[in-house]
Design a protein around this ligand. Structure first.
Ligand code: FPP
Ligand code: MG
Length: 294
């Protein structure tokens, strides 16, 4: 199931986000062909993952958090609406770049029901496609048209910090795997925080900043995203029987605790359809791995 089917209040915007991602992939190809170069191979490698969209959870977090912070699609200036779509597309591009690189690191065979990019086109090409998508996402963030430089710079800085932390998380995870380390739960959770949860937190935080949230609201949404992201990765690791999980870690219970924290944060915030849909996102990550909450 995709976000468009779950998050009704933003389904139209999620379609715009998908279209924007495609536009960005086409722009990458055009930057090559406009100089008279043959573009078939570049088109194939750049579109390989983009043409198979995932659940689009991260763009949904950006849009719903903007809604929580007062974004009203009908009432806003067109420029702000289109900047929000661009921001949501940029985070999905960052996510796509990170998956391409992660699949090389993990030497994964498949991604989204097809060969992982590096399996089809080689590690060298896959590293570079990830780099291009990553660069394009920052180009999109640069192009946002926001009411103030402060908001723009805050979002830019947030994604610089976030992508740095994601890489650090992956490095520490790799060391634990290579050296067959037996991690304490707190060290394991710290890896999940960096490689996954900080991006989900940034999605919520940046959506709120873009919509002009006050500092408290922005922080609540960042905290929600962090707890949500931890629960998401814990459940994903539980599903994949991740090598770093030890028998006594009670992963599902720990994920439920994070989801409970996420729901508590939302419970303190103003009631709205956006809030209902963020709560639904919590149910969605549980159902995606077949866990039922008693
Ligand atoms: C999936 O983990 C991987 C991530 C959540 C993050 C990967 C991050 C990087 C490679 C560093 C950042 C890179 C860029 C370009 C920003 P997993 O292997 O547990 O999940 P999986 O089962 O989906 O592979
Ligand atoms: Mg992986």
């Amino acid at each position: 199931m995709k976000s468009q089917d779950i998050f009704i209040s933003i389904s139209e915007y999620l379609q715009l986000v998908e279209a924007e991602i495609n536009t960005q992939a086409d722009l990458i190809v055009k930057s090559w062909t406009q100089n008279g170069n043959q573009g078939v191979h570049i088109d194939r490698v750049v579109h390989h993952l983009i043409d198979k969209p995932g659940k689009m959870l991260r763009p949904a977090l950006v849009l719903l958090s903007a809604g929580m912070a007062g974004w009203d699609p009908a009432g806003e200036a067109k420029e702000l609406n289109s900047s929000l779509v661009k921001l949501a597309a940029a985070v999905e591009l960052i996510h796509s770049a990170s998956l391409i690189h992660d699949d090389i690191i993990d030497d994964e065979q498949m991604r989204r029901g097809q060969s992982a990019l590096h399996r089809k086109h080689g590690n060298q090409t896959a590293v570079l496609v990830g780099d291009i998508l990553y660069a394009q996402s920052f180009s999109l963030i640069t192009s946002l048209k926001l009411p103030s430089w402060d908001r723009h710079l805050a979002i830019y800085q947030l994604y610089c910090d976030t992508t740095r932390d994601m890489c650090l998380g992956e490095i520490i995870e790799q060391r634990a795997i290579d050296e067959n380390l037996s991690l304490e739960f707190s060290d394991y959770l710290n890896i999940l925080k960096n490689k996954t949860a900080v991006l989900m937190s940034a999605c919520c935080h940046s959506g709120a900043i873009l919509a002009g949230a006050d500092a408290d609201t922005a922080q609540h949404l960042a905290d929600f995203g962090l707890a949500f992201g931890l629960a998401f990765q814990l459940l994903d690791d539980h599903k994949d029987k991740d090598a770093l999980i030890k028998g006594d870690m009670n992963i599902v219970e720990k994920a439920l605790q994070q989801l409970s924290r996420a729901r508590t944060i939302l419970g303190k915030m103003t009631d709205s359809s956006y809030r209902d849909e963020l709560i639904r996102a919590c149910d969605f990550v549980l159902s995606a791995v077949g866990v039922t909450q008693t």
